[in-house]
Design a protein around this ligand. Sequence first.
Ligand SMILES: *Cc1c(COP(=O)(O)O)cnc(C)c1O
Length: 314
Amino acid sequence: MVNGTAALQIALQLAGVQPGDAVLVPTLPFAATANAVVYCGATPHFVDSEERTLGMDPGALCDYLSVACEIAGGRCVNRRSGRVVRALVPMHTFGHPADIEGLLGVARDYHLAMVEDAAESLGSTVGGKHTGTFGLVGVLSFNGNKTITTGGGGAILSNDVALARRAKHLTTTAKINHRWEYAHDQVGYNFRMPNLNAALGCAQLEQLPDFIVAKRRLYERYRDAFNCIKGVRVVSEPENAHSNYWLQALMLDEEFSAQRDEILTATNDAGLMTRPVWTLMHRLKHFADCPRMELTVAESIDRRLVNLPSSAFL
Ligand SMILES: *Cc1c(COP(=O)(O)O)cnc(C)c1O
């Protein structure tokens, strides 16, 4: 597809997200995840992260849903707003797999469709299974900053052949197959990836294994370099998961969080491009009124995390 954001939009539509619904998304993501929900006419409902994975916390989410929502007519309904909470969109932050098994359990218990945002985690697996293949549908991005790129691009992953066909149909103007007639059976999108970009993608895919080896080696070098430094740790993959280490990150202990900006200033002054995590979604003014659970862990991570230069060529 033309990019990962468009792929998310269509994936949500295929998962049954309708105008007026709510969709559970992490507050610690990239804006595209919440934006795609809004493109569907639905409301993002923000979920907290766990420090171990940086992804959605299934335990905290389950506790929250048991109070905030009820199951009515086989649907999860927000008690306060009356909105149907239709889907859950875990994201594998910086390539590190979220607790996907735990989140699948929450999705099952609360009748939520799972759309996996695997935009950052191409090549990352859990128990040997690729991220983006656990839920009903998953999404990849091949943007210029991702592990492999097609310039701009994305993909929808699904094991459901009928759903994949609908995805293809919807993203290619919903044209009815015919030798010469041009007719469409619904409002479709022109979200196909141009052939030129796809050609680049074929060449990039061949390099993916080497890129991942290089990124994992870079992680080991950072880890060893910071090993003896008090108050920081390099973020590493959760147990039982294999990460592509798309973005390297340093986590400061809470007592040193006040020094984060000094670290950013000193490193950037020295020509090293470090940066803080993306602004949490619930703090953006256009999402400020969206429903949310307590977001204390994400807020703590936000104070303490510094992304490090991460290129496979470093
Ligand atoms: C990059 C990214 C996207 C969107 O991908 P684009 O191809 O840039 O549209 C979506 N979600 C997350 C978490 C991302 O990192």
